[in-house]
Design a protein around this ligand. Sequence first.
Ligand SMILES: *Cc1c(COP(=O)(O)O)cnc(C)c1O
Length: 357
Amino acid sequence: MANIKITRTQNSRIGTVDWNNLGFGVYFSDHMFIAEYKNNQWNEGEIMPYGPLPMEPGLCTLHYGQSIFEGLKAFRNVSGGMNIFRPDMNAKRLNHSGSRVCIPAYDIKNNIEAIIELVKVDRDWIPQQRGHSLYIRPVIFGSSNFLGVHSSSEYLLIIMTSPVASYYPEGLNPVKIMVASEYVRAVRGGLGSAKTAANYAASLLASAKAKEQGYAQVLWLDAVTRNFVDEVGAMNIMFVIDNELITPPLVQGTILAGVTRDTVLTLAREWGMKVSERALEIAEVFEANEKGKLQEIFGTGTAAIISPVGQLAYKDKNIIINESKIGPIAQKMYDTITGIQYGEIEDKHGWNIHVDL
Ligand SMILES: *Cc1c(COP(=O)(O)O)cnc(C)c1O
């Protein structure tokens, strides 16, 4: 797909953006990439103005949720151009997610190329401010119209972008997390390892209840025994206990293989930390805290990069972690990863795709 067809908007909306109050996923850039799957193949795809799609009430995805998505970011490089962070990982994961819900794979090279061309077209939408970035959201969904339960024969891949603020205008604020004791999200053999709409539908009620009680997010336990830690709503979770960095393993298929998770584990191993991807009982976390060995808890995900946990509540227990301040490991991770993303720190792993603008 060397030359993607591009139709440019005649009415840019960029003048309506309040760059000092971007929020997250509120503004959509002028253009989108759209490709269609029909007769067992993906078409070339094209870039066109972002806008509404025609839709019938019988759209199968509305009824049966055959939908997957991704989330990645482009950053302005301090010495010019921009960096897209690890888009190969997201392109691969999109296909992994698709394989679980019968959505046909999309070529990885074409995926990355489409993102590069789209971001070039909307280059003015990449925020200038350090900490801000252009969030890139690919989504694929069944686009046929029918009511029988089977997978769609047609699909749309749409890639849209959104200028987003830093999650932390005043530094990295630790969040309050509630461990889910009533609800579960993903079970072994289920959809947990796929980035699919259904996982989010499953999480909304518990999140809303936690918010009512003043908690930012929910920490999910494994759905079978409800003893082991899985992950947070849209973040993987890491614990530093007795100088060991611990995160739940991917083998059960109940959690998402986060790109940030992989980035953090890679860096921690290089720094010589003891790193364990292992099952962790929620009881072990509270025991470690009682013994004074629980040093840090933080979430990892593209949106916030690193999100320190300052308080953790579970049933009748409620603990404060590291005096509700960001810990040294979370801080070093955040500084290193964002440093690489903005081109301030050498990118030894080749994680960035650099694009001249
Ligand atoms: C997207 C997501 C994450 C974070 O993955 P990153 O690739 O690091 O952004 C973690 N958990 C769930 C359930 C997710 O959907």
